[in-house]
Design a protein around this ligand. Sequence first.
Ligand code: F6R
Length: 242
Amino acid sequence: MRFLKGNTYQDMSRIAANQIAAQIISKPDSVLGLATGSTPIGLYEYLVKWYKEGDLDFSEISSVNLDEYRGLDGTSDQSYRYFMNTHLFDHVNIDKAKTYVPNGLAEDAGKECARYDALIVSKGGQDLQLLGLGNNGHIGFNEPADCFEPGTHCVTLADSTIQANARFFASAAEVPTQAYTMGIRNIMQAKKVVVVVNGKAKAEAVKNAFFGPITPKVPASILQLHKDVTIIGDAEAFSLIN
Ligand code: F6R
């Protein structure tokens, strides 16, 4: 595991964007595994800026997103499809037909999970998977549990996750209670993993995930077994590690 520290959120975002830009430049037809949430917003802003300056070309890139709320349509402003469109896809020359997010409106959850698993395999897997880290150590919507769930699955969200995500909704009651998420095998099969973390609230999760035991109670701890993981954080998120 490699740790890269930026002093501020802005620094952390630039360092992370550099990793993704390097991937795009070295392999222009990369499959990028992408994440939503507040942490990657700054890095997406850098990618858009560098595209506008002519330094990045997304024309051959395809993407698979980690997760999506169940029950939300892609046009709903709280959906992760909408997030990706507004923060990245609408501003760069990516072919939206090659950007994939689980279908929150799928009627049959089992079929949707199987479809998404097959899709990731058909793309040849992620060349780079970007991840945020939940305060409870979750990655995607893989919540603390008794075992690791390998493939794409539909989860009932932990109360702490609903509370943490309530800031994006009018109230906690409006946060969907279920979501589709890539599983641990889907994430671990990425050739390269980049984790972004910022803020004091993540410091404990960083310590537990990357310096504690490997356990499904801290889902991100499995990343200790991946051969190419880079954790990029600001000073606060790294404050409990040396
Ligand atoms: C988002 C995702 C989540 C977030 C995590 C951190 O697609 O899968 O695991 O990465 O909840 O969220 P933020 O960045 O909002 O702290």
